[in-house]
Design a protein around this ligand. Structure first.
Ligand SMILES: C[S@@+](CC[C@H](N)C(=O)[O-])C[C@H]1O[C@@H](n2cnc3c(N)ncnc32)[C@H](O)[C@@H]1O
Length: 215
């Protein structure tokens, strides 16, 4: 972990109660200090091994990228990749997404990527789904006016649930496909680790963009 300090900008939980932390603890990132410049900032939540964000950041050198991952072993792999191979416009937060408001200033993020978030179909776990009302309220605070969420998933049920939740929470939904790899969006798509596994099994990939609407 220490060897990756140069790319790690937040770690752990400020206190046991995540709800209380999200409302009270503030250690907002100064992007100019973090990235050494002023550029549009985008965010991936649940970045896994970091292959997606590294490729996206390489493709878009004019933007900066924050990648969130709760699992320390997993984010370590992602950080080692970026330390080893670049690019220089990615930083990591090893925190649960629930406490993003502790670190990310309101209305400072242009786009949020949710790649293959765990669907959590059990009714009792709805609050933990990354497209539940609870998380969409957080994203509304983080996103700039007209900001977007780009979601990809292999689960049609989770996808349909997310589309409904986006619309109920003030987002307009566009560019919807239930088979990304056979769609017009395939060429620009960056395949994630989980996506490659699902595609290898012949499972179609769902993808949509949710655009934040003015209140
Ligand atoms: C199914 S994996 C997908 C990984 C990667 N995005 C991909 O497409 O290959 C979901 C990842 O999200 C992370 N995750 C789940 N809930 C999270 C949360 N509340 N905050 C941050 N990361 C979370 C998990 O630890 C896991 O690494």
């Amino acid at each position: 972990m220490e060897a990756c300090a140069a790319v790690l900008v937040a770690r752990g939980k400020p206190c046991k109660n995540l709800k209380e932390a999200a409302e009270t603890y503030r250690a907002l990132l100064d992007y100019a200090q973090v990235f050494g410049r002023s550029a549009p900032v985008e965010l991936e939540i649940g970045c896994g091994n970091g292959a997606f964000i590294a490729q996206l950041a390489r493709r878009c050198p004019e933007r900066d990228f924050l990648a969130v991952e709760v699992c320390t072993n997993v984010v370590l792999t992602a950080m080692e990749r970026v330390m080893r191979e670049g690019p220089s416009n990615v930083r990591f937060l090893n925190i649960p997404a629930e406490i993003l408001p502790c670190y990310i200033a309101e209305h400072s993020i242009g786009r949020i990527y949710l790649n293959f978030s765990t669907p959590l179909p059990e009714a009792g776990r709805e609050k933990q789904r990354l497209t539940s009302d609870r998380f969409l309220a957080i994203y509304r605070r983080l996103l700039c006016a007209g900001g977007e969420i780009v979601q990809k998933t292999d689960s049609v049920d989770f996808f349909n649930y997310s589309l409904r939740k986006f619309r109920e929470n003030g987002f307009a939904v566009k560019d919807v496909t239930y088979d990304l790899h056979a769609s017009e969006y395939a060429q620009e798509n960056i395949v994630t680790e989980y996506e490659a596994n699902f595609a290898a099994k012949g499972i179609p990939i769902c993808r949509a963009v949710a655009v934040l609407q003015a209140e």
